[in-house]
Write a protein that binds this ligand. Structure first.
Ligand SMILES: *Cc1c(COP(=O)(O)O)cnc(C)c1O
Length: 540
């Protein structure tokens, strides 16, 4: 399988190149040159597969055997998901015959990004080790320096994915004092010598700007071989396709009647739901996928109008008549006026959705006129290049009706306010099962309710739960403050979080949001490369 850029060009990359490169030089994202088809008898053979078995089966359709052998792939996948606390990795929880919750938060940092980042970390390590094992004695081993900025949600999943990996250093910048206490503790209590937390005096945007400047600095970038683990990395999307298969088989086993599955996905950068789209295109039987957004609703607006447009800078957050104050600690440090609205589901506070470009490519490809797939691929690349240039220049792009109709064939989209989010957390806690949803999951549950009226009698909804409620304790506590019989410690707090705030920390302070100061920190803390031999390479 080869990978191509959504913005065209002749480059065809291997899986390894696509994963190590991340973003294409022409600004595009990598996609497989075609979506593979499933073996004709997959429904019988895969029926009782575990998460790991399914992962190997699905991933090997996208990774050639001569790039990673099935034996190595299985070892990589086993290692990645051995860190999850639940035997099913992503268990399915039944709320009713019409509604299931697919819990994606049983990994090391209690949020769904672990599913992808545990695998990505092991892939990085595997590729580096193999490259280094092929070097001549005395030749300098290759290293990778991963640099990223976080408002709290993603940093810890990246850190846990890369901790203790040979020849990889990870530097994560966060705005000092502007990350929730639990999230700060999750990051800074990882004391492995290759993990470097940098607390910058400044805002999240300052941190992000510093990271951008580092990547743009060619000399620095080449010297340290900078790498990113952001949500556009193809391996992250691929890892996430697996739980759609798992949930499909689970629903089929536990329901005796024929159903139509409807996945509802709390969405920010469009990675999680895009994985569902790949699963659908591969052939997992399902109805439309439901995009659930918070007030940062660029996607919900797209499905209404066919216009993909950044929010107006001056836009007032609509509050459905209820004033909703931002919760302290959930703050991203995002500045008012840059168009991003702070909500109770901060991991979905985005201005544009970085992975949406991949869906746009498929819309352009399918509506392209061309004699061959190759001609249509070339046309789609040119179209996306044009749309993205328009987006950059004008902050908006209008797609043709044919493309919008294709998007509507596979998706519905709903926008959910903070007030609705709080109401839903409370509603599910007061339900028969006293289910405690985190605010992101609650956005999904609300959207599920909003679309349910149009569903057929056979539709069964599966809402993806993207974070553990303890991770967003302020919103959950606020929603349930007046609920009878709610006790955070008893009902929500996992044992792993107890004592977390008191554990030893490892963090480097930077007293001004200046690139040069961060460069100094990296120069000082980056570790020396270590040689890796072939015998070490055999154990993944
Ligand atoms: C990242 C994240 C999301 C959004 O996922 P995307 O793939 O960016 O759409 C939703 N919920 C939580 C808790 C997240 O961390």
């Amino acid at each position: 399988m080869k990978y191509i850029s959504t913005r065209g060009g002749d480059a065809q990359l291997t899986f390894e190149e696509a994963v190590l490169t991340g973003l294409a030089p022409n600004g595009g994202l990598y996609i497989p040159e075609k979506i593979p088809t499933l073996p004709s008898n997959w429904q019988t053979i895969w029926e009782n597969y575990s998460f790991v078995d399914l992962s190997v089966a699905v991933l090997s359709l996208y990774i050639s055997e001569d790039e990673i052998s099935s034996r190595d792939l299985r070892a990589l996948v086993e290692k990645s998901y051995s860190t999850f606390r639940h035997p099913d990795v992503t268990p399915v929880y039944k709320i009713s015959d019409k509604l299931f919750i697919l819990e994606l938060f049983h990994g090391p940092t209690f949020a769904f990004k672990d599913v992808a980042l545990q695998l990505l970390g092991n892939l990085f390590e595997f590729f580096l080790r193999r490259r280094n094992a092929r070097k001549n004695p005395g030749e300098q081993p290759e290293k990778l320096t991963v640099v990223g900025a976080t408002s709290g949600d993603t940093g810890s999943a990246a850190i846990y994915g890369l901790r203790n990996k040979a020849n990889i250093d990870i530097f994560i910048l966060h705005p000092r004092g502007r990350v929730s206490p639990i999230q700060e503790a999750q990051m800074t209590t990882v004391t492995d010598s290759n993990v470097h937390n940098i607390a910058v005096k400044g805002t999240f945007d300052d941190c992000q700007d510093i990271v951008k400047s580092l990547f743009a600095d060619r000399a620095f970038n080449e010297k340290h071989r900078l790498g990113a683990v952001n949500s556009i990395n193809w391996a992250r999307i691929l890892a996430q396709t697996v739980y759609y298969f798992l949930a499909y088989f689970h629903a089929r086993r536990s329901l005796s009647f024929d159903v139509e599955l409807q996945f509802v996905v709390p969405t920010g950068n469009f990675g999680d739901i895009l994985a569902g789209y790949y699963a659908k295109r591969m052939g997992v039987p399902m109805g439309k996928l439901v995009v659930a957004t918070n007030a940062n609703d660029i996607l919900a607006r797209f499905w209404k109008s066919g216009r993909y447009e950044k929010q107006d800078s001056g836009a007032q957050p609509p509050t459905d008549g209820l004033p909703v104050a931002p919760v302290s600690g959930a703050s991203d440090g995002k500045q008012a006026g840059d168009g991003v609205q702070e909500t109770l589901s901060p991991a979905m506070d985005i201005l544009v959705s970085s992975n949406f470009e991949r869906l746009l490519w498929y819309l352009a490809f399918e509506s392209a006129k061309g004699a061959s797939d190759e001609a249509k691929r070339a046309a789609a690349g040119a179209t996306i290049d044009g749309w993205m240039k328009e987006m950059k220049a004008d902050g908006r792009v209008d797609v043709p009706v044919a493309a919008l109709e294709l998007a509507r064939r596979d998706f519905l989209a709903e926008r959910v306010s903070d007030a609705q989010t709080l109401g839903t957390i409370r509603q599910y806690f007061e339900g028969r099962l006293s289910y405690v949803a985190d605010p992101h999951t609650a956005v999904g549950l609300t959207a599920a309710g909003l679309v349910a009226g149009q569903n057929s009698a056979l539709t069964v909804q599966i809402v993806l739960a993207t974070a553990h409620p303890a991770k967003f304790s302020e919103a959950v506590t606020r929603a349930l403050a007046s609920a009878a019989d709610f006790d955070f410690d008893r009902d929500v707090q996992p044992p792993e979080f107890k004592g977390l705030l008191e554990r030893p920390r490892r963090v480097i302070g930077v007293d001004a949001p200046k690139v040069d100061l961060v460069k100094e920190v990296i120069e000082e803390h980056v570790q020396k490369p270590v040689a890796q031999d072939v015998s070490a390479g055999a154990s993944v």
